[in-house]
Design a protein around this ligand. Structure first.
Ligand code: DQA
Length: 137
């Protein structure tokens, strides 16, 4: 089982960024925990603040990997291009958000990814990534 977590813009600042919303752990530390929790899963991680790099990564892995866990962050709400990339690939994508986007501003309720996603997880903090991995097992 080969899975990749793709995190979008500003998620490189997890641990420092708005800790009351996103928590105080870095994603690098949390990723190590995930790797030790899922020893039978080949787990990869990619983060970019650049829309086109996220699209390129989806194209690169989207016909061979078993699953993608995609937190496209702010691009979720704006990017037709990432939504189209999710539709274009054959690897199933779980959309994920750390926070409960539906309890936040109206513009965060819109997703260009959800219509093409296998499922959507939001509001469970970093634990959502663990749940998303389990959804592929
Ligand atoms: C987020 C929610 C988005 O609305 C926001 O722009 C983010 C993070 C989340 O994980 O809760 O950057 O995707």
């Amino acid at each position: 089982m080969k899975l990749i977590i793709i995190n979008g813009p500003n998620l490189n600042l997890l641990g420092k960024r708005e800790p009351e919303i996103y928590g105080s752990k870095t994603f690098e530390d949390y990723f190590k925990e995930l790797q030790s929790q899922f020893k039978n899963v080949e787990l990869f991680y990619f983060q970019s603040n650049i829309e086109g790099e996220i699209i390129d990564k989806l194209h690169e892995i989207g016909f061979t990997y078993d699953g993608v866990i995609l937190n496209a962050a702010a691009y979720t709400h704006t990017s037709v291009g990432i939504g189209d990339a999710v539709k274009a690939i054959t690897t199933p994508v779980v959309e994920l958000h750390i926070s409960n986007v539906h309890a936040r501003e109206e513009f965060r309720h819109q997703s260009f990814i959800a219509p093409a996603a296998k499922g959507v997880l939001f509001g469970f903090g970093l634990k959502g990534y663990n749940l998303a991995i389990q959804s592929f097992l």
